[in-house]
Structures are given as C-alpha cells and as structure tokens.
Design a protein around this ligand. Structure first.
Ligand code: ADP
Ligand code: MG
Length: 248
C-alpha cells in the first residue's frame, strides 16, 4: 500500500516532555502520514517509549503540539478516550489480562468502551485471532501461551478496537529469538494492508524491509531521519554512526 502524503495522521511540532527537571524530549517535529510505517531507533533512555506514550497521551506533554487524527491530544476539551480508540498500542510485555482467557481479553474493550454486543464482539475477536493465526487459542489463558503467541494476541486485541494507527514499543524484545519472526510477520502484514504504524524496535532487518522512514532519536531530538537505507547504512552524524556500528 502506498503512503497517502495528503493525509497527516500524526502531527508533532516542537514536542517537549519533561519528567520534573529531567528533559526527555527536547524538540521533536515530524509528520506521520496515512499508511506510513515509521521505525524509531536510538539508544536506551533516549526517549523512544516516552515519544510513543505522548502520541496517545499516556503521558501529558510539556510543550509543543501533538495532533492525532486532527485531535489536539493536550486539549482538555477533547474526549481523550474517544481519541485513543483510533490508536492501538502494543507493549514489550504484552500487558494481557492474565485472569481472562484470550477471547475475553479481545472482547473486553469493544464491549465496555464501544458498547458492542457480546456476540458481535466475539465474532470480531475470532476474525482478528484468525488474522494472527490463533483461532484455536480462543479459550486459552495467557499463561498457557508462548511469548510469541501472547504478543500476537495483544496485536489482535488492539485491532479489535479498529484503530487506524498502531504503536509498537519493542514488541519483540521480550521474546525468545525463535518467536520474533512470527510477530514481525503479523506486523509486516498489517503494514502491507496500509496500517499507519510507529514502531520502536531493535530489529534492524525488519526496519530495512518494512519502514518507509526511520527516525534516529538521540538526547531527546531527532538527529537523523530518512529512508532505512539513508539512516541505517549511511548515517551522517557521529552519534548515529557509532550507534549503527554497534547494532549492525
Ligand atoms: P527509551 O524508551 O528510549 O529507552 P524512555 O522514553 O523510556 O527511553 O525514557 C527516557 C528517559 O525518561 C529515561 O531517562 C527515563 O528514566 C525517563 N523516564 C521515563 N519515564 C519516566 C517517568 N514516568 N518518570 C520519570 N522519568 C521517566
Ligand atoms: Mg523504551
């Protein structure tokens, strides 16, 4: 699917985020377009997770603009829950409800937040489980699943809210190596279907194949930005060169 450069899904302008005196995001400006896959790279502690969390206002921003689907996320007048429905998020540690089976994990938000009928929510959940190849695990509890399966359930759960943007925060970092591929494959399919995706990952191969654009964040700023080829294989700054020398 081609990126639609006429439709800005996430507009970020001079974003700053402090935790008390700690200035984490210092000046982030970028636009992310419909259907675009943006991979964020950078050293540990540079603010990647904080940036993702600012997109759906899991963190309040300190200064600047964050506009998602036309919603100013720091506007106290918007319905933040409504705005968040469009933005799915997948975490490193899955964050499944361990006391609920898979199908109930998937139907909870559609029923409670979207007021969907139970039957309809179940149908939708089965469809999304099919998409991630786990229809046969509908009745299983998270503790019975492998890490890769848990993460695929987490993706299916996010998709049940019919988001038009998906955020991924190191979705494969907690997985055994042999399970990384199955999760990346699901993400690759989503990208091919035209989902707008912002992904923090250390999977350089995936970034190279799937990303339209890579942002290299360092010290709370975007230090390099461009195609994977440009940023990963031909970085311009010493800091990016140093980083990619270590990870490649
Ligand atoms: P990354 O995801 O790139 O590793 P983070 O966004 O998690 O980095 O963190 C960036 C910096 O912000 C780190 O110094 C971290 O300790 C700090 N930080 C993150 N969340 C909080 C918080 N809730 N309170 C205080 N400091 C935080
Ligand atoms: Mg992080």
């Amino acid at each position: 699917m081609a990126v639609n450069y006429n439709n800005v899904k996430i507009h970020v302008s001079h974003l700053q985020k402090n935790f008390g005196k700690l200035e984490v995001l210092k000046d982030i400006t970028t636009d992310i377009y419909e259907g675009e896959v943006v991979v964020i790279l950078g050293p540990s502690g540079c603010g990647k997770s904080t940036f993702l969390r600012c997109i759906n206002r899991l963190e309040d921003i300190t200064a600047g603009d964050m506009v998602v689907d036309g919603n100013h996320m720091d506007d106290k007048k918007i319905n933040i829950n409504k705005a968040r429905e469009n933005v799915g998020m997948v975490f490193q540690h899955f964050n499944l409800f361990n006391n609920l089976n898979v199908i109930d994990n998937l139907t909870l938000a559609p029923i409670q937040v979207k007021k969907m009928k139970k039957d309809e929510a179940k149908q939708l959940a089965m469809k999304m489980l099919g998409k991630v190849g786990l229809e046969d695990k509908a009745q299983a509890y998270p503790s019975m699943l492998s890490g890769g399966q848990k993460q695929r359930v987490a993706i299916a759960r996010a998709l049940c809210m019919n988001p038009d943007i998906m955020l991924f925060d190191e979705p494969t970092s907690a997985l055994d190596p042999e399970m990384v591929g199955e999760v990346l494959n699901v993400m690759r399919e989503l990208a091919e279907e035209g989902m707008t995706m912002v992904i923090v990952t250390h999977e350089i191969g995936f970034a190279r194949e799937v990303a339209n654009r890579v942002l290299f964040i360092y010290d709370g700023k975007i230090l390099e930005e461009g195609t994977p080829q440009e940023v990963i294989y031909d970085p311009q700054t010493e800091r990016a060169k140093d980083f990619f020398n270590k990870v490649l």
